[in-house]
Design a protein around this ligand. Sequence first.
Ligand code: NDP
Ligand code: MG
Length: 400
Amino acid sequence: MKKLRVAVLGATGSIGDSTLAILAAHPEAYDVFALSGYHQLDKLLELCQKFIPERVCVPEASVDEFAKLLSDNHLNIDIVSGQQGLIDIATDRQTDVVVAAIVGAAGLPSTLAAAKAGKRILLANKEALVMAGQLMIDAVKSHQATLLPIDSEHNAIFQCLPAHIQAERSQIHEGCFGVRKLWLTASGGPFLNQSFEQMQQASIKEAVNHPNWSMGQKISVDSATMMNKGLELIEACYLFDLPEDKINVAIHPQSIIHSMVEYSDGSFLAQLGSPDMKTPIAHALAYPNRIDSGAQPLDLFALNALEFIKPDEQKFACLKLAREAMKSGNGATIVLNAANEIAVEAFLAGQLGLTQIAEINEQTLVSLPEMLPNHADIDDILAIDAKARQISQNLIAKAR
Ligand code: NDP
Ligand code: MG
């Protein structure tokens, strides 16, 4: 069988690590065609030494430095750079699979370009759907791309849909497949059992110390505020074409059930597994087949209880904001995502308290009740994103 050539965008991150571990374990099925990194050039060099890709993408400002690193190590690999470099890799004729694992809005242009080039996309970068959900879904349909979610919740839901629904998931909302609701599970993050007052005092170290999952810093902070579940709610609306009121969130502190589909006959289908991103990534890489992911098998007898708790939307205000933003429209979801990226950066820089992230997000949404024009393109989206970042930055400067 022909090997699939994989481009890993965001190769130096946490999803990049998990993806490359699977690719390394299956050299008979996959070739690493291209890699990208951003700040961690030393790690990117190590990955180049290990996988010998044909192309590598670095920020424009790092091209000379990285070219020297490659040549000092006798590696002959094409360097491309910046957003255009990511787009070139994502659309390269030789690329079969694009793993979209860049964090934040920076991942949108290359993910959208991959969709327009009809690629098989393994989507981790949820921000792309939060910002440009309809554009992405339309591009996937009109260019016959394949969009496979690797965010664990969405991958779980995808797995709980019968094969014919997986192929036609844009029609779920008409109820013709008997889907009543989707249930996104959430761990509740490190502050689940702490008061709002304790959360107000949270240090950076406490906030990124996730109880069950090991992830990049931004998504770890988003998990602590439950903004992550809010972004995932929006992601699920686009992926499965359902309104937000058909999607419930349940805190499930054990992170064993990764999400569920509730059917009209009363059946709930759930996907279970160890909390390890290698499982959803391997599922999407091999889909519709199955391969060994290297994840620790779930030890059912070691499990005690599986609990489900209704989230407190006063304490986790970001979750409520995401639901409201989804109800008001795509302009609001762009603003919320941008405000949140800036607020999380400020928190990680020690400039803002954890619970102030929701305040900044809400104030930015109030200051910029922007609507997207009909048939908005990526430039319209990026223009709203830029305005929201500016407002969020100004609000943070005032709050300090
Ligand atoms: P990390 O922070 O670990 O990695 C992010 C990757 O993006 C790194 O390769 C980083 O490069 C690169 N990057 C950062 N900024 C830029 C930029 N401006 N331009 C280009 N590349 C950039 O994040 P995660 O791997 O945790 O998450 C990646 C995405 O996957 C996020 O959207 C997240 O929400 C989603 N996701 C992650 C999960 C997880 O378990 N980690 C689970 C589900 C979804 P460098 O490190 O070299 O600076
Ligand atoms: Mg997730």
